[in-house]
Write a protein that binds this ligand. Structure first.
Ligand code: AMP
Ligand code: ZN
Length: 114
């Protein structure tokens, strides 16, 4: 997807505050953080969201959650607790149509979310 902003970040065409990168994933600090720690993790492959993911993406879906735990550890919020969020579609609050998980922490998070 040439015009997808997260694909551009994954291709290093748009700068980001990188937390980590590997062959499959790219993790960076959210540009508009909603908590003291707010990381976005994306697969390098373009998948619109979890609804459009298929069996071929099972591996990448698992890697995203494992990476979320790693991001929490790396940013120092693993012990105090954190939230992994995956927004899907309009009512879910998805604003970028490239599959991603948010990792939020560093403060007490309210539940239920608004
Ligand atoms: P969502 O609303 O779940 O689709 O999440 C998209 C997230 O990407 C939002 O929290 C945005 O603040 C974040 N975002 C959008 N553009 C950038 C960017 N260029 N660098 C870092 N984060 C971004
Ligand atoms: Zn994309």
């Amino acid at each position: 997807m040439s015009d997808c902003i997260f694909c551009k970040i994954a291709r290093h065409e748009i700068p980001a505050r990188v937390l980590f990168e590997n062959d499959d994933l790219f993790a960076f600090h959210d540009i508009n953080p909603q908590a003291p720690v707010h990381i976005v993790i994306i697969p390098k492959v373009h998948v619109e969201n979890v609804l459009s993911a298929s069996d071929e993406h099972t591996g990448i879906l698992g890697k995203l959650l494992r990476a979320a735990a790693g991001a929490a550890t790396q940013t120092g919020i693993a012990e105090t607790g954190f939230r992994v969020v995956l927004n899907n579609g309009v009512d879910g609050g998805q604003s970028v149509d490239h599959l991603h998980v948010h990792v939020l922490g560093g403060r007490k998070l309210a539940w239920p979310p608004g």
